[in-house]
Design a protein around this ligand. Structure first.
Ligand SMILES: Nc1ncnc2c1ncn2[C@@H]1O[C@H](COP(=O)(O)OP(=O)(O)O)[C@@H](O)[C@H]1O
Ligand SMILES: [Mg+2]
Length: 356
């Protein structure tokens, strides 16, 4: 278990500027051995640049990158204990699958017999045993991506860096490869550092993840922590689906009362620490329930209703002014409220996240 706590990647106040563009704006990150860690954020937020600074293809403008405890400033990529799998396939078309996988070992002076044996071992690991003599062009996109992965794993780096490796695959294959990536990671000792703009993929795969926006890290945590307790409105909105409302808060009988909409269309109390004044509120669609009678927190007209079998999604226009619509998911096979009907909804206690 000692090994499980070793810090393999440490970024301290790392910045990268390209001319007057700040691609990475002073970030701190720690990835430990054995972790499947994702860096997730919208396109252009600085993910690839971060990864390239870890692998050594880019030099930070300022800050420190440590790998396994050592400051790697000035250490070239081939001397770092990291391997990179790119977004776009980069297999050598004139080499067999086996030669592609063994290529990294050849560069580091490993003899032919051992190269062959290692290549076979790692092709086996990615479920492509027996494909050694094929040409990469004979393989499907998913198989080629697995060869690229085997090539990145074959010299057993402490850290495998993956830059949106599944984004060129179709949806079904992508789902399949996600499961396989997770399994492959479990069979290796090192850390996977996975970059993606797809929050669903990051949530599915990661032990921990960092949410990045405009060059900065907004939150680091397990997928559950981040989903349940988003640190910022951006994180609440980017990870999973949510309703974001502008509102006001004031204290009453020891609780904070939060009102949303000009006429307080939606209102609830919370025991969370909330400063008086303007707030932003995040309520996930599944945190509402259908209320009956006087119970509940708001009323409105159901303007859309999407029956999904095991749940029903509603779009509701609350009464009063200031809240355009609320997305509500009601679990279960029953969907008692029809489109066009007026209904009352409640919010689960302590579910909303209130940002002061
Ligand atoms: N070599 C470069 N020269 C100039 N600008 C760059 C370069 N690489 C990245 N950028 C800019 O830095 C920002 C972050 O890019 P990138 O790290 O590729 O984001 P992501 O991988 O999250 O999509 C973008 O605004 C991008 O245009
Ligand atoms: Mg990128």
């Amino acid at each position: 278990m000692m090994e499980g706590t070793k810090e393999l990647i440490e970024l301290r106040d790392v910045r990268k500027e390209f001319g007057d563009v700040t691609a990475v704006d002073g970030i701190d990150l720690t990835v430990r051995s054995g972790e499947f860690f994702s860096l997730v954020g919208p396109s252009g937020c600085g993910k690839t640049t971060t990864l390239r600074m870890i692998s050594g293809f880019e030099t930070p403008t300022s800050g420190t990158v440590r790998l396994a405890g050592y400051d790697v400033a000035g250490v070239p990529p081939e001397e770092r204990d990291t391997n990179l799998v790119f977004q776009h396939l980069s297999l050598f078309p004139h080499m067999s699958v086996g030669e592609n996988v063994g290529y990294g070992l050849k560069k580091s002076g490993v003899g032919k017999a051992e190269r062959k044996q290692k290549a076979s071992e790692y092709l086996e690991l990615v479920d492509l045993g027996g494909y050694e003599d094929r040409n990469p062009t004979e393989l499907s996109g998913g198989q080629q991506q697995r060869v690229a992965l085997a090539r990145a794993l074959v010299n057993e780096p402490s850290v495998v860096l993956l830059d949106e490796p599944l984004s060129s695959l179709d949806r079904k294959l992508r789902k399949q490869m996600q499961v396989e990536l997770r399994k492959i990671h479990e069979k290796t000792q090192g850390a996977f550092f996975y970059v993606t703009h797809d929050q669903e993929v990051a949530m599915t795969l990661s032990d921990r993840m960092a949410v990045m926006n405009e060059g900065q890290i907004e939150q680091v945590g397990t997928p559950e922590e981040i989903y349940r307790n988003p640190a910022t409105p951006f994180v609440a909105d980017f990870i999973g689906d949510t309703n974001l409302f502008d509102g006001r808060a004031h204290r009453e009988n020891g609780h904070a009362v939060v009102e949303v909409g000009e006429t307080g269309s939606i209102s609830f109390t919370t025991d969370d620490e909330v400063d008086d004044g303007t707030v932003t509120v995040s309520v996930r669609p599944e945190e509402f329930y259908l209320a009956d009678g006087a119970d509940g927190h708001f009323e409105g007209e159901v303007v859309e209703r999407y029956f999904q079998g095991d749940q029903t999604n509603y779009v509701v226009e609350p009464d009063g002014e200031g809240v355009e619509e609320v997305t509500v998911v009601v679990q279960g096979r029953d969907a008692p409220v029809e489109r066009g009907e007026h209904a009352r909804f409640g919010i689960e206690e302590d579910a909303p996240v209130v940002f002061s």
